[in-house]
Structures are given as structure tokens and as C-alpha cells.
Design a protein around this ligand. Sequence first.
Ligand code: HEM
Ligand code: HEM
Ligand code: FE2
Length: 450
Amino acid sequence: MKYASQRIAYWYFSAAMLLFVLQVVFGGLAGAVYVWPNFLAETVPFNIIRMIHTNALIVWLLLGFFGAGYYLIPEETEREIESPLLAYVQLVLLLVGAVAAVVGYLFGVHEGREFLEQPLWVKIAIVIVALIFLYNVTMTVLKGRKTAISSVLLLGMWGLAIFWLFAFYNPANLSLDKLYWWYIVHLWVEGVWELVMASILAFLLIKMTGVDREVIEKWLYAIVGLALFSGLLGTGHHYFWIGAPGYWQWVGSIFSVFEIAPFFAMLIFAFTMVWRGRRDHPNQAAMLWSLGTTVYAFFGAGIWGFLHTLSFVNYYSHGTQVTAAHGHLAFFGAYVMLNLSIITYAMPYLRGVKPYNQALNMWSFWIMTSAMAFMTVTLTFGGVVQVHLQRVLGMYYMEVQDQIALFYWMRLGAGLFVILSVFLFLYSIFGPARVSEPGRSLRVAPTPAP
Ligand code: HEM
Ligand code: HEM
Ligand SMILES: [Fe+2]
């Protein structure tokens, strides 16, 4: 850790990991309801469990992005964060909002509208949180060294905050409601979050491979261009069946196919840099996560997105388990794994110890990625059978659910392995360190006092 204010990231990452546990545990509960329909029905109904699962996901990913920002901005700008105090205020505000939202959900207080269920005041708190972050980081960047990585990260975070404002606009007309709902849900993950992803990946690759900044920056600009070119009009792939004009069938289909390009570019980018650069970085686990992120993002977002993005395919697959398969692999591959990469990379520095528990961390990588892949394949098969029985043969929804119960059992099984691997991951980053850096906080092998 070169700058004292990077320490802020430790608290953001820790809070993120807490919500990560909540997220996967509630995922497990939701998966259990799918196989025992009355499970917890009296205490916490399925819609509330699902809400906590998806909201905890989004909030911990945001905490991870903020943490990554506070970690890498000092190194990029070569100066301390403008106001560490504000950064901690921001963290407390976001956590209070998140906890209050969850408690509210448990008592049935929410605004509906998937992903945007937070009560109004929590939505406002999120705006304030974003403004504090933007102020803090923008000031640091303006006063310090300017790099492509910090500019792209800032552009992504500004975009994130601006599109969030559409959460406050909820027209009574259901078609209009959906039209703007996707400005957040789609333009985040298939637009501005991709910029955040590209910049964090670029940072990790520079640090771990030592490849020249100029080379990395050219890639970065290309990825940003591809993401914005395809992602903005690609929103049309959600406008096929909501009452929007017919031209979206073409615009949405064509531009969303190009959305594969930025993910493919990130994949080639990461592997080329690792191939060209040094491969002796001591934190091999962080390298594994970084490369794995680009592979899983390419499959989850790119391939699984393409599977159902053409309007004549989506006509059949819309809103089935095919969508859930894609939603899981894309969110996991792109943004969960990205966060676990930067956390694996940064934690040893933040804790003042050498890269440690590498083997355990890599075990968690292989178990988590295999289990998520299995879950996705299961849901995909379930989804294809569902499409056939329900949309082609015209069977009733609930009849079809009985037919695909086996897939839901397998999803639950895979989910339990995901939960297990999350705990392994946490132990590997927070647990006792094997080797310590001299002169820093020593944990397992203290040097004897002179
Ligand atoms: C990391 C990036 C991505 C993430 C996190 C993501 C996530 C999701 C999620 C969660 C949904 C379900 C939303 C809902 O209805 O509640 C969804 C839907 C969809 N996604 Fe993605 N996605 C990503 C990238 C892509 C890409 C690149 C494509 C196209 C190539 C794509 C195509 C679609 C389509 C067509 C739907 C609508 C499915 C339906 O009609 O039911 N996605 N995505
Ligand atoms: C880090 C890993 C995970 C991520 C990124 C993730 C993400 C998501 C997302 C984005 C949705 C909404 C899907 C949509 O609208 O199509 C969702 C729903 C769901 N997730 Fe997860 N999830 C994860 C782990 C799990 C685990 C471990 C389980 C356990 C079985 C699980 C079970 C479920 C269930 C049952 C739903 C509701 C699906 C439905 O309504 O049909 N998830 N998850
Ligand atoms: Fe989309």
C-alpha cells in the first residue's frame, strides 16, 4: 500500500463481502423455495427472498466498485484521496441505507419494480452516496496525474450515477415504465459498468504484467468505443414485446449482437497482455481471477446473451429460465468475478502481508466457477424444455414447472457449492496469513522482539 488513503478500500471490500454472503445465502433460500414451494412461505415469502438476493448483489457490487476506485485512484493520480472522511461518511450512509432496505423488505415495505424496490429515501441516499464518491474521486483526479484508467473509471461512474436518476421516474403507463426501467438495468450492465470493468481490468493488468501503459490504453479506448457503440442502441433487445415501435425488432437485434464485441475484446486484451508481459507476479490467484473474469464475462454476457437476443428467438425464450441462466452467468462472470479479482489483488497490500493463502483462494476460484457453470447449464436445459412445453406446445405454466423440477434440484445443488466456495474465498482473504512482510502488521509468524 503506497498511499495511506488506500486503506479506505479495505472497509469497502469488507462491507461488500458481508453483503456477498447475504446475497448467496438468500439465493440458496430462493433455490430451496423452487423445490419445496412452501418453504418459509409464512415467514419470508419468495418475492422478498428474491428481492434481498438481487438487491444485495447490486449493492455489494457497487461497494466493490467504490472500493476499487478508492484503491486504484491514489496510485493512478499519485496523490491521496481528496477527503478520506467523506469516503467513510459515504460508506456508512450506503450501509445504513442497505440495512434499512433489507429490514424494510422483511416487513414487506418496498416499491415493487424489480431491482428498484428500495423505498424513496434509500434511492435518495444512493444519489448522495454517488455524489460524494464522484466529488471525492473527481477532485483527486483533477489535482493529480491524469491517466486513461482514471478517466474511463470516472466516465463509467458518472454514467452510473446519471442513469440511476431514472429510478425516480416511474410513469403509470406500464410500457413507459419498462422503457425507462431498462435505462438503468440495461444501460448499467451493458453500458457504463463495462467502462468500470475495463478500467479496473486495465489497472490489474498493468500492475501484474508490467506491460507498457501506452499499449494498455489503446485497448482501453477501443473497448470503451465498442461498449458504447453497441450497448446504447442494444437496449432495443428489451423493447421487442413491451409495446414499443416495431423498428426496435431490427435495431435491438442488430446492435445487441455487436454487444459481444467489447467482451470479446476484453478477453483478447487480457490474454495478450499476460502473454506479452511478465508472468512472475507473486499473486497468481489474482491473475487467475482476472483472466477468468474475461472468459466468464465473454460466455455469460456474450454467448449466453447472444443465445436469446435476436427478436425471433426472444419471442420464444422471453422471461423463461433461459433468461435466469444468462442473468446468473453474466452478472457472475463480469462483475462478481471482477470484484473478486481486485479484492484478491489488493487485500494482501491492504493488510500489509505478502500474497497468502494462494492455494485456498484458487480452490475457491475453481469450485465457484465450476458450480456457477453447472448452475447455468442446468437452467439453460431447464429453460429450453420450458420453452418447448410452454411456448411451443402451449402447456400451462405450472404444469411445465413440475416437468422441469429436476433442473431446479440441480440448481439448488450447484448453489450450495457456490455458497461453500464463497466461505473458502473469505477465509483465504481475511483468514490468518501464511507469510508476513517485515515491519507490517504481523499475524501468524511474528518476528521476535529485539
Ligand atoms: C455483463 C453484462 C450483462 C449482464 C450483467 C446481464 C444481465 C441480465 C439480466 C439480469 C437480465 C434479466 C433482466 C430481467 O428481465 O429481470 C438480462 C436480460 C437479457 N439480456 Fe443480459 N446481461 C448482460 C449482457 C448481455 C448481452 C451482451 C446481451 C446480448 C448479446 C444480453 C441479452 C439479454 C437479453 C436479450 C435479455 C432479455 C431476456 C428476456 O427477454 O427475458 N445481455 N440480462
Ligand atoms: C454470485 C452468484 C450469483 C449471482 C451473480 C446471482 C444473480 C442473480 C440474478 C441477477 C437474479 C435475477 C435473475 C433474472 O431476473 O433473470 C437471480 C435470481 C435468482 N437466483 Fe441468483 N445469483 C447468484 C447466486 C445464486 C445462488 C448460489 C443461488 C442458489 C440456488 C441462486 C438462486 C437464485 C434464484 C432461485 C433466483 C430467482 C429466479 C427466478 O425468479 O426465477 N442465485 N440471481
Ligand atoms: Fe440488455
